[in-house]
Design a protein around this ligand. Sequence first.
Ligand SMILES: Nc1nc2c(ncn2[C@@H]2O[C@H](COP(=O)(O)OP(=O)(O)OP(=O)(O)O)[C@@H](O)[C@H]2O)c(=O)[nH]1
Length: 293
Amino acid sequence: MKAGFVALVGRPNVGKSTLLNYLIGQKISITSRRPQTTRHRIRGIKTTPEGQIVFVDTPGMHVSQKRAMNRYLNRAAASALVDVDVIVWLIDRPAWLPEDEWIFERIKSAGVPVILAINKVDRLEEKSVLLPFLEQAAARYAFADLVPVSALKGVNLDVLEKKILELLPEGDPIYPEDQITDKPERFFAAEIIREKLFRTLSEEVPHALTVEIEQFKVEGGLTRINAVIWVEREGQKVIVIGRNGAVLKKVGERARRELERMLECKVYLELWVKVRKGWSDDERALHSLGYVE
Ligand SMILES: Nc1nc2c(ncn2[C@@H]2O[C@H](COP(=O)(O)OP(=O)(O)OP(=O)(O)O)[C@@H](O)[C@H]2O)c(=O)[nH]1
């Protein structure tokens, strides 16, 4: 059997989490239309008769290092490149953007085979642009492979998976065969709430919030979850709560429904919104809120 680790890396919003969820066949990484939705390194484990692939989803890499959160996201993405067997570098159009150059330098120095996957081909009106781009990219670097895919529609993902397996070393499974992720349910509870906030709120507010689980308690057929939504300013708290609590209620209902599906039991979810000034630009606050590599 084959077994090994595969890092999914790329700019924010190129579709890394969507790809991971499709390959695993279950949602383990939250997604949204906004860049920088993924904040943690998440392992997704796929075991088939041919082998076990441990995918590592990473936050999007970006040049800006100004804020502590940005530095943390880049560190988390870069550390995923250490000790992997294969890198899948995802881009979302047949073009090599200036930001890709910066990522490419980091990928190259990892010294492992790199598959360049061009995602979102379902959006391409002119498919003829693909071939010249693939030729150009192949001329720039000895990629192990170049694969056009659509993570959303599942196009060519079987091909991508097959190529990955070919590149993995021989070995016994790293995780038990029925395990699909390395994160506990408590982690997913926070992530699901954060996803609903990302999808419900507009403008910059989603980036200024984080979710902390204060209680996760299983009581017979019921799971009791108390969570705090931390924001940076009073004004953001007002937005998250909404008029007469309407926004928070909507987020709570959506999150609870998904949590009940995931946990296969009734969920009692209590959400509080609190202000912690400037938490996302404060290394110590980030650490205490779970942003630890
Ligand atoms: N049309 C199309 N949209 C896609 C495809 N893959 C992902 N998307 C969309 O692109 C957006 C970003 O997807 P994510 O999976 O959250 O991207 P990510 O790379 O994990 O983003 P970060 O969290 O910023 O690192 C979402 O709205 C997805 O639905 C695709 O193959 N085709």
